[in-house]
Design a protein around this ligand. Structure first.
Ligand code: 5GP
Length: 192
């Protein structure tokens, strides 16, 4: 998506350790007109697929997933919660996700009330790096017996293995911008 690439090129800040900061339009301040056009791009890519629900993870996935849902017939958006405590009564799906940016493990939960067996789910997230967050959301769908129809990502860092791994496993992955390389010294970002 050319518009997203242009925003990354003009406003993104490349940090050491392969981290891209895009707080001015995606991760802190939200450009909802851009989010709306991102939703339209995913809807075009996934047209013809049955999507009953969108699943994302807090916090930055929520805004883009909600705008995307407008383009999928206003389907419900469920966000996985990062939770310090676990409810052990079996009412939740639970996975452990390793955070790339925080280098720590998080318990992530979704209430069993909100993802049902046989539902067709579109997974949406802001970034795809090593793939841990997306793999965790897939695992939640697997626990529920739901079908992952596709995965919509805003920014894939193509120099990390998450995207290749998901494509190898046959998932329909639509990343709106794929970064081939980026340089913290010069600030240059190269797209695939
Ligand atoms: P993964 O689990 O694929 O390794 O990383 C994806 C998750 O980590 C996303 O949910 C996102 O919040 C965060 N993340 C990974 N890389 C970056 C990055 O370069 N910049 C920002 N802002 N978040 C990132």
């Amino acid at each position: 998506m050319k518009e997203l690439e242009d925003r990354i090129a003009s406003e993104g800040v490349v940090r050491d350790g392969g981290v891209l900061k895009v707080g001015s339009f995606l991760n802190h301040q939200c450009d909802i007109s851009l989010f709306d056009r991102m939703g339209a791009a995913w809807a075009e890519h996934f047209s013809g697929k049955r999507v009953d629900k969108i699943l994302t993870i807090e916090a930055s996935g929520i805004g883009i997933a909600c705008m995307a849902a407008r383009h999928f017939g206003n389907v419900p958006v469920v966000f996985a919660k990062k939770s310090p405590s676990l409810n052990l009564d079996g009412a939740q799906y639970h996975v452990v996700i390793h955070s790339f940016t925080k280098d720590a493990d998080f318990n992530v939960i979704v209430s069993k009330d909100f993802i049902q067996e046989g539902e067709h789910v579109l997974i949406i997230d802001d970034f795809l790096a090593n793939g841990a967050a997306t793999e965790g959301l897939i695992e939640i769908c697997d626990q529920a017996g739901a079908i992952v129809e596709g995965i919509g990502i805003a920014i894939e860092k193509g120099f990390q293995p998450g995207g290749a791994c998901l494509r190898d496993r046959g998932y329909d992955l639509c990343s709106l911008a794929i970064i081939k390389s980026m340089d913290a010294q010069t600030g240059e970002v190269v797209f695939a």
